[in-house]
Design a protein around this ligand. Structure first.
Ligand code: NAD
Length: 250
């Protein structure tokens, strides 16, 4: 046991659950936060050292109650992984304000609220924030006016946090995953999109939940003690591709 505690949002499934399992295996205790209570309880029930906390990260009152409950349960907080996210894709002209707000509420407001509520506890441990954005926050694409903009904002929010919280020893970093076959991605990726991603990504494949979790876990540890304010893609090289025209390949 490291004796350290991490709070992971969106931990009921996908990348958040993979991160919880990986960090538990490395001796962390985990506060698993998710708004899908049924899936959360089922996932946490199988894991020693983890406790479930049902919470919608976009609702300020729920976030404050959850942070209090996590601290009462574990007594300390060393890392926060802001991973809860939603994806809704559509053209700009057909993206209603309700859709825009739903995406911003979880993807951006949630990161702001959970991070802010965690600051007093993280000051005591000189802890770490790891925010999960996306390759869609680094590269613009069609259909992602709300999702991509929310993730670009998370990238800037991470830098704001790093600059302002560094004096307390709190580090803030951002992970930008490329495509991973989770429920979130499969709801918006057709077979045609999957094939096109494989073609455009230098490693020619999707990533796995555990490959993203490895980077998140590293950024939470002392091994990353001089790393803050960084935006790191785990994307098979997709972000580095520039002109990338198929016609330019030999
Ligand atoms: N899967 C991908 O291809 C991919 C790519 C880039 C970035 N991401 C990002 O990775 C993160 C995890 O995504 P995933 O693919 O594992 O998705 P997922 O849908 O499998 O899991 C997301 C979890 O977040 C929870 N959640 C959603 N809104 C919430 C809220 N308001 N409050 C609390 N919990 C909430 C869901 O209930 C779910 O358990 C997201 O931020 C996503 O945007 C995913």
């Amino acid at each position: 046991m490291t004796g350290k505690v991490a709070l992971i949002t969106g931990a009921a499934r996908g990348i958040g659950l993979a991160t919880a399992k990986l960090m538990l295996g490395r001796g962390w205790q985990i506060a698993m936060v998710d708004r899908d209570e049924e899936e959360l309880l089922a996932a946490a029930g199988e894991l020693d050292g983890a406790r479930p906390f049902a919470c919608d990260v976009s609702v300020a009152d729920q976030v404050h109650e959850t942070l209090s409950a996590v601290l009462a349960a574990f007594g300390r907080l060393d890392a926060v992984v802001n991973n809860a996210g939603v994806a809704e894709f559509g053209p700009i002209e057909k993206t209603g304000f309700d859709t825009w707000r739903r995406v911003m509420a979880t993807n951006l407001d949630g990161v702001f609220l959970v991070s802010q509520a965690a600051i007093p506890a993280l000051k005591e441990t000189r802890g770490a924030l790891v925010n999960i954005a996306s390759i869609s926050g680094l590269r613009a694409s069609t259909l992602r006016v709300a999702y991509g903009t929310s993730k670009a904002a998370v990238i800037q929010l991470t830098k704001q946090q790093a600059v302002e919280l560094g004096e307390y020893g709190i580090r803030a970093n951002c992970v930008c995953p490329g495509p991973v076959r989770t429920k979130l991605a499969m709801a918006v990726h057709s077979q045609e999109i999957i094939d096109a991603y494989h073609d455009a990504i230098p490693l020619n494949r999707y990533g796995s939940e555990s490959e993203i979790a490895e980077l998140i876990a590293f950024l939470c540890t002392e091994q990353a003690s001089y790393v803050t304010g960084q935006i790191i893609a785990a994307d098979g090289g997709f972000e580095s591709t520039g002109v990338g025209l198929p016609a330019l390949r030999t």
